[in-house]
Design a protein around this ligand. Structure first.
Ligand code: GAR
Length: 207
């Protein structure tokens, strides 16, 4: 049984989509813990309601990145994670921390990377006037929002879209994309080799 630890900072709808898919599709894994960088993260209520162990490693208690990441590592490690899932986790992690989880930590970002890294991605997309936007799931590397891309979901930017409308459209796709990618990993199909993403074909049992 593989262990997944999910890190959040806010409402946690991606975390919910993953947890719901894991339950409904009976994945061979345990959502071992949900850890938040904010005590008031709404997502904690959902996780605790399902008896998933929840922990808070509060950004505000750690003035330095090193101190935060050491506390985060200490919170995660007891759960022996096979996969660490960043789901709206709004912290920049130190290279040392990222290195520790190399090949077993993934992130979702609300843009078609490499376009629009960083914050306010929907505003960036509208300002740039792109006609296609979306979300990306990638392995996490020390290079913020630039790790090897695993999968992307695209949406069309409609005339008159506001930031909110576009954000909602992308989020709907995130909720389909992220559970799919986590499932690939749980099924042993997804891996990172020498910086390259490998996705093995689905085993159908057919000769
Ligand atoms: C999601 O849109 C996710 O892609 C984004 O934060 C939101 C979290 O929503 N992540 C980032 O911007 C990371 N760079 P959620 O808490 O409802 O899942």
């Amino acid at each position: 049984m593989r262990n997944i630890v999910i890190l959040i900072s806010g409402r946690g709808t991606n975390m919910q989509a993953i947890v719901n898919a894991a339950v409904e599709e009976q994945w061979a894994c345990r959502i071992a813990a949900v850890i938040s960088s904010r005590a008031d993260a709404e997502g904690l209520v959902f996780a605790a309601g399902l008896q998933i162990p929840v922990t808070v490693v509060a950004s505000k208690d750690h003035p330095s990145r090193d101190s935060f990441d050491a506390a985060l590592l200490a919170a995660i490690e007891p759960y022996a994670p096979d996969l660490v899932v960043l789901a709206g986790f709004m912290r920049i992690l130190t290279p040392r921390f990222v290195e520790h989880y190399q090949g077993r930590m993934i992130n979702i970002h609300p843009s078609l990377l490499p376009r629009f890294p960083g914050l306010a991605t929907h505003r960036q997309a509208l300002t740039a006037g792109v006609t296609e936007h979306g979300a990306t799931v990638h392995f996490v590397t020390a290079d913020l929002d630039h790790g090897p891309v695993i999968a992307q979901a695209m949406v069309v930017v409609e005339k008159g879209d506001t930031e909110q409308v576009l954000s909602d459209r992308v989020l709907q796709q995130e909720h389909l994309l992220y559970p799919q990618v986590v499932r690939w990993f749980i099924d042993g199909r997804l891996s990172l080799h020498d910086g390259q993403v490998l996705l093995a074909p689905e085993f159908t049992g057919a000769a």
